[in-house]
Design a protein around this ligand. Structure first.
Ligand code: UGA
Ligand code: MN
Length: 313
């Protein structure tokens, strides 16, 4: 009897094997969860899987930015968007005589030091009419975007497929837009709708019947432009910039013609690659932040005081 009960208590080799397998499965699950920091929707998880496999193209987002009361708020929104996107490299070009600690520490706090490049170049003051609204006589961001393009042309690995996107600091962007951009094929320019721009709810490309080609645009503002679309409406395969070194932004064109100016060097209407659910989804909005009212702050400062002494707002 005593012998029999002892043999019941003994663990059999098969049970040991089962336990080891269960342990390994649990270990794999825990490890897997740790690796996928993204618990979000399928398109983001797919981006993380592609990133691990090394097949996700880099997206170089080029953002001109300038000092004003809402600058940190705008850039914080963008930096937190980038924290979700593993393949983004942010080229941020300050419209100033030197790079600023505000931008540097913002990049650090978002953990983006290794995925960003901080540059600066000041717009000639004669291009801005002081005190007037709009206080600009020339298109904005020209110098800054050209500097970023020059940096790209000398720093990127030309053999690796990558995407270039001109990203204003005040628009509203969905992470889904960046998932769409990764679908841009080498040698192509991807296009999609932009919300709240050009006096319309949405400006969008019009497609042919089988939804493969752009045959027109619905723009109401300056519809005769070669590419009547906003800067946020397209992204470009990097190889086009390498093949076309003459493609730069120019002060010599009217406001509203910057998009056409850069695109005319790189593509044709027929070659555009429609994205965002055959241009039916709006994934970016041309929002504009209202100018900050600081009447009480100005009154304080006239008394030699300020609400933000020793703080960065
Ligand atoms: C529209 C387009 O969306 C811009 O891409 C285009 O550059 C601009 O018109 C133009 O052609 O002038 P809009 O909202 O009118 O945009 O312009 P902003 O958002 O005020 O400026 C565009 C970018 O330039 C922003 O990232 C902004 O931070 C930057 N900027 C603006 C400067 O770097 N310096 C400035 O003095 C003003
Ligand atoms: Mn804007």
């Amino acid at each position: 009897m005593a012998y029999a009960s002892m043999s019941e208590a003994r663990i059999r080799p098969r049970q040991v094997l089962v336990l080891i397998i269960v342990f390994l499965i649990v270990l794999k699950l825990v490890h897997h969860n740790g690796k996928h920091t993204c618990q979000g929707p399928e398109y983001l998880q797919a981006m993380y899987t592609q990133q691990e496999a090394g097949t996700l193209p880099h997206i170089y987002a080029i953002t001109p930015t300038y000092a004003r009361p809402a600058q940190k708020a705008e850039l914080t929104r963008l930096s937190h968007l980038f924290m979700l996107l593993p393949n983004l490299h942010w080229i941020i070009v300050e419209d100033s005589n030197s790079t600023t600690p505000l931008v540097r520490s913002l990049l650090q706090r978002a953990g983006l030091e290794k995925r960003s490049t901080q540059l600066n170049i000041k717009t000639p003051p004669e291009f801005k009419l002081q005190g007037k609204d709009p206080n600009w006589i020339k298109p904005r961001g020209v110098e800054q975007r050209n500097m970023a393009l020059a940096w790209l042309r000398t720093h990127v690995d030309v053999d690796r497929h990558a995407i270039v996107f001109f990203m204003d600091d005040d628009n509203s962007y969905s992470t889904e837009l960046f998932a769409e951009m990764t679908k841009i094929k080498p040698g192509h320019v991807g296009v999609w709708p932009v919300g709240l721009v050009g006096g319309l709810m949405v400006e969008r490309p019009i497609l042919n019947e089988d939804k493969t080609q752009v045959v027109g645009f619905n723009a109401a503002w300056q519809p005769k432009r070669p590419f009547p679309i906003d800067m946020a409406a397209f992204a470009i395969s990097m190889d086009l910039f390498i093949k076309n070194p003459q493609a730069v932004f120019s002060y010599e064109v009217q406001r509203g013609y910057q998009e056409s100016e850069i695109l005319r060097h790189l593509t044709t209407r027929q070659q555009l690659q429609p994205l965002a659910n055959s241009c039916r989804d709006v994934l970016v909005w041309h929002t504009r932040t209202e100018k900050t009212k600081l009447t009480s702050e100005d009154a304080l400062q006239r008394q030699g005081k300020r609400s933000d002494s020793g703080m960065e707002v």
